[in-house]
Design a protein around this ligand. Structure first.
Ligand code: PMP
Ligand code: GLN
Length: 445
C-alpha cells in the first residue's frame, strides 16, 4: 500500500515538472528582478507540497485540523448573508467594525487608548502586516536584529527591503537541562553588542515559533531599554498570544513604558480563532508609525475580504464580553492545547526522543540525532540533515514534520540541523495516528 502511494506521488511530481518545463519564454534581458535573489526557497511551499503528494499524517505546517469555534463560523455565515455591502469593498485600512472591536479589545490589554482609525492596519494575515512593516520602515542598508530561532519570513522580508539581517541567538541557560523553552535565554550583552549606528529595529516573536519560548517581563524590559537607549523600533510578532501553558504569561512589549510609540505589534485572527485560511491579521502601534505601513498596504493589497473582517469583528466583540471567563475561546483553546502538548510530549518520550517543552504556541521541537537512519536517497547532497530526515520521515513512514534549521540564519543553521518540529494543534486522532507510526517504527529498530 505504502509502495503504491509512494509510486503515485513520484509520478505526480514528474508530471508536474514536465508541465512546468513546457512553456517558457526566453528573453534577451534578465527575466526576474534582482530582489528575488536569495529569497526564492520557501520551507512551507516545499513541505506542504510534499505533504500534498504523499498524504502523510500531518504534524508539519501549523494549522488546526479541526474546525474553528461555532460562534465564529456562524458569524462568517451571517456576514455572507448580511446584505450587498458585505460583498463589496470596505475601508482600505480595516473594516470599521473590526478596527473598532480590535481597538476596544486591545486598549484594555495594553493599558493605552488605541485609536481604531489611526493605530491599526488590518492586513491579509500576519504575513502582510510583517511585510508592510519591513517595506515601510526598513531602508537600504538599515540593519535589523532578529532573534533566533525566528519565523522564517523575517529574513527574506528584510532582504526585499534591502536591509541587512543581523542575528542574535537564544541560547540554553548555562547548567540548565534544556528540556523547556524557558531554559533558552537572550544574553543582554550579546544583544547590545549587535547594535550599530545602522540598526533600525529589533524583531522578536513571543510565543516563539518554533521553540515555544514566552518572553518574561524582565527579558522584554531588557529589549525595551535597548530600543529606547538607541532609538530603535521593535517589531513584535504575537500571533500565538493566547497560547501559553503552565503559568507562563504573555506580556506585550508595547505595554512597557516608552514602548508604545516605537513598537509594531503583529497579530493574526487565523491563529486567534483557529481559522488560518481566513487570512485576517493586523499591525498595531502608534498612528505616526502605522501611517507608513498604510502606504504600502494601499498600494499593494488595498484591503482584505470584507465578510471575513466582519466575522472577526464579531469574534472580538464576543471575546471582549467574555474575557477571562471559562467561556472565552482565548481560555478554551490553550486549555485544549495543554492536553495535546502533553500527549505529544509523552508520545515522543516513549520512543526515546526528548522534546523541548514549549511554554507557548503550538509547536514542539526535538533532537533526532539519536535516531539512526540511512538518508542517502533522500534530499540533495548539500541539503542539511534535518531537511533530509523530514523528507525521509514523510516518504518512508508517512509522518510530516518541519526541519528546524529553516528557522535559523545560514550562519547558525548547522548547529540546529538535528532538530525537527512537530505541530500539536491537531485532533487527538491525528496525534494518535502519529503515535502509532512512531511506536511501530521504534519497535522495528
Ligand atoms: N508569524 C508567525 C510566528 C507564524 O507562525 C505565522 C504563521 N501563521 C505567521 C506570522 C503568519 O500568520 P498568518 O497566517 O496570519 O499570515
Ligand atoms: N505559521 C505556520 C507554521 O509555522 C505556517 C506558515 C506557512 O505555511 N507559510 O507552520
Amino acid at each position: 500500500m505504502g509502495i503504491i502511494r509512494n509510486l503515485a506521488a513520484h509520478v505526480g511530481v514528474i508530471r508536474q515538472t514536465l508541465l512546468r518545463n513546457h512553456k517558457r519564454i526566453t528573453m534577451s534581458r534578465r527575466l526576474h528582478a534582482r530582489r528575488l535573489d536569495g529569497v526564492d526557497k520557501n520551507v512551507w511551499v516545499e513541505f506542504t507540497q510534499l505533504a500534498a503528494d504523499y498524504k502523510p499524517v500531518n504534524l508539519g505546517q501549523g494549522f488546526p485540523d479541526f474546525s474553528p469555534p461555532q460562534f465564529i463560523q456562524e458569524a462568517f455565515c451571517e456576514a455572507v448573508k448580511g446584505g450587498p455591502e458585505m460583498h463589496q469593498y470596505t475601508r482600505a485600512f480595516g473594516h470599521p467594525r473590526l478596527v473598532k472591536s480590535l481597538a476596544k479589545f486591545f486598549s484594555r490589554i495594553v493599558g493605552h487608548e488605541i485609536d481604531p482609525f489611526e493605530d491599526i492596519l488590518v492586513t491579509v494575515g500576519a504575513y502582510q502586516a510583517l511585510f508592510c512593516a519591513f517595506q515601510a520602515l526598513i531602508d537600504e542598508g538599515d540593519e535589523v536584529i532578529i532573534v533566533e530561532p525566528f519565523f522564517d519570513c523575517y529574513q527574506p522580508m528584510v532582504l526585499m527591503a534591502k536591509g541587512k539581517a543581523v542575528y542574535v541567538p537564544l541560547r540554553p541557560r548555562e547548567g540548565s537541562s534544556v528540556l523547556s523553552s524557558g531554559d533558552w535565554v537572550l544574553s543582554a550583552e550579546e544583544l547590545a553588542s549587535k547594535v550599530t549606528p545602522r540598526t533600525k529595529a529589533i524583531v522578536i516573536n513571543t510565543p516563539n515559533n518554533p521553540l515555544g519560548k514566552v518572553y518574561k517581563r524582565e527579558e522584554l524590559q531588557m529589549i525595551a531599554d535597548l530600543c529606547i537607549k538607541h532609538d530603535l523600533l521593535c517589531f513584535t510578532d504575537e500571533v500565538y498570544e493566547w497560547l501559553t501553558y503552565d503559568g507562563a504569561k504573555h506580556v506585550k512589549i508595547a505595554s512597557l513604558p516608552g514602548m508604545w510609540e516605537r513598537t509594531i505589534t503583529v497579530g493574526s485572527a487565523g491563529k486567534s480563532f483557529s481559522a488560518t485560511g481566513w487570512k485576517v491579521g493586523w499591525a498595531m502601534g502608534s498612528g505616526h508609525v502605522i501611517k507608513h505601513l498604510k502606504v504600502i498596504h494601499q498600494n499593494s493589497v488595498y484591503h482584505c475580504a470584507t465578510a471575513a473582517q466582519e466575522a472577526v469583528a464579531c469574534g472580538f466583540e464576543r471575546e471582549y464580553e467574555l474575557f477571562g471567563t471559562p467561556e472565552s475561546y482565548f481560555q478554551q483553546l490553550p486549555a485544549v492545547l495543554h492536553n495535546k502538548r502533553r500527549k505529544l510530549a509523552s508520545c515522543l518520550q516513549s520512543v526515546g526522543l526528548q522534546p523541548i517543552m514549549p511554554e507557548g504556541g503550538y509547536f514542539m521541537i526535538t533532537d533526532v540525532s539519536s535516531v539512526k537512519v540511512d538518508l542517502n536517497d533522500h534530499g540533495t547532497k548539500d541539503e542539511s540533515y534535518d531537511f533530509k530526515f523530514v523528507k525521509w520521515l514523510v516518504k518512508e513512514k508517512g509522518l510530516a514534520t518541519i526541519p528546524v534549521s529553516a528557522f535559523f540564519s545560514p550562519e547558525h543553521s548547522k548547529e540546529f540541523d538535528k532538530y525537527i518540529r512537530f505541530c500539536f494543534v491537531k485532533e487527538d486522532s491525528t496525534l494518535d495516528a502519529a503515535e502509532n507510526i512512531l511506536r511501530k517504527w521504534s519497535q522495528t529498530k
